[in-house]
Design a protein around this ligand. Structure first.
Ligand code: NAD
Ligand code: UFG
Length: 342
């Protein structure tokens, strides 16, 4: 006998940066949700704030997706209609030094999740993939049909999980969405939730914000000799709120009876250089971001941006936020929460 007969969504990794923003969109769209998270890179406080922002409640299970027992327990308690799967380790550099940890957490965790989903006859999943699956793209903008490859263990986990998800679709009852994120940035406009890196940030926007705050001395701009507009790396930055809205659309697409596997690029379709980002951040927030040009970072590509046409057409989804919104919202979150959630 189930404790809850009403249909729920299971959101793995829902306490994290993108997952917490997604919880808001799913709650506002009327879904009942259960979050499972082991808080290895997040804080439960994010979920308290999600409930404050939405004035709706969610259920939280402190647990690891590698733990089959806990998965079986929650799948027996709840009537899940689908899983939105964010849980995973995501630091590219760390994955090079700890590949087995990444394979275990991301791949084995997903295998356990899929196994329990199958046993429970829950065959709908929206998976957080990444533009990293395109390796070093030969052409731009990147389309979903481009060849895929891995340049580091983190990327390999995304490739392998994508392939596993494709293979399970031999069973025609599975409905799978692969969402390939470009560079998610920004924060909810309330300033209550945002990205809260545990250590020194790897990604550009959290680093820029912490330099602006004075927590870090200066930004290292990794190379100004790329064949780009000003020599610095170009990326497709997408506001996290636009990004998570596509998850609701992807679930609706699967719910409309579209079985099998579907991949969508989630990006704006336009690239900005590191110096353009720094300039916009300084100008809009009226704050200085001291920086120095340093050597290129190993593994970086010069330019990367999406062709989001497939997502625009099939999901009936467009990004709405501007680069300005991304800069202002990132800074609001950082200023209001100088030590993150702690
Ligand atoms: P995040 O670290 O903030 O969120 C991941 C969440 O998963 C965290 O709350 C963490 O505690 C949880 N988690 C990790 N392993 C777990 C496990 N075994 N069991 C239960 N919970 C676990 O990262 P994010 O930026 O929100 O990323 C979410 C997803 O999107 C990840 O799969 C990531 O690889 C993917 N992604 C992120 C980016 C990005 O730039 N942020 C880009 C492309 C793809
Ligand atoms: N950069 C700097 N200084 C920094 C940090 C970044 O100059 O301190 C530059 C990078 O060289 C790059 C750009 O800012 O040109 C963006 O770098 P990020 O680290 O923010 O993002 P990446 O594009 O390198 O990586 C992101 C995700 C990965 C994902 C990859 C491919 O973090 O998980 O996109 O989609 F694999």
């Amino acid at each position: 006998m189930r404790s809850y007969d009403k249909a729920h969504l299971l959101i793995t990794g829902g306490a994290g940066y993108i997952g917490s923003h997604a919880c808001i969109e799913f709650l506002n769209a009327g879904y009942d949700i259960v979050v499972i998270d082991n808080l290895c890179n997040s804080s439960q406080e994010s979920l308290n704030r999600v409930q404050k922002i939405t004035n709706k409640s969610l259920k939280f299970v402190y647990g690891d997706i590698c733990d089959v027992k806990i998965l079986k327990k929650i799948f027996s308690e709840y009537n899940f209609e689908a899983v939105i799967h964010f849980a995973g380790l995501k630091a590219v550099g760390q994955s090079v030094n700890k590949p087995i940890e990444y394979f275990n957490n991301n791949i084995i965790g997903t295998i356990h999740l899929l196994q329990v989903m199958q046993e429970s006859n829950v065959k709908k999943i929206v998976f957080s993939s990444s533009a990293t699956v395109y390796g070093k793209p030969e052409k731009l903008p990147i389309k979903e049909t481009f060849p895929r490859s891995a340049t580091n263990p983190y990327g390999r986990t995304k490739l392998i999980i994508e392939d596993m998800l494709k293979d399970i679709c031999v069973d025609k009852l599975w409905h799978v969405a692969l969402l390939r994120y470009f560079n998610p940035v920004g924060a909810h406009s309330s300033g209550l939730i945002g990205e809260d890196p545990r250590d020194i940030p790897n990604n550009l926007l959290p680093y820029v914000s912490q330099v602006a705050l004075g927590k870090l001395k200066r930004l290292s701009v990794y190379g100004n000799d790329y064949p780009t507009i000003d020599g610095t790396g170009v990326r497709d930055y997408i506001h996290v709120v636009d990004l998570v809205k596509a998850h609701v659309k992807a679930l609706e697409y699967l719910n409309a009876g579209n079985a099998g596997i579907h991949a969508w690029n989630l990006g704006v379709g336009k690239g900005y250089s590191v110096l353009q980002v720094v300039d916009a951040f300084e100008r809009l927030n009226k704050i200085k971001v001291p920086y120095e040009i340093t050597a290129r970072r190993k593994g970086d590509v010069a330019e990367c941006y999406a062709d989001p046409t497939k997502a625009n057409n099939e999901l009936i989804w467009q990004t709405e936020k501007t680069l300005e919104d991304m800069m202002v919202d990132s800074w609001r979150w950082q200023v209001n929460n100088p030590t993150g959630y702690s």
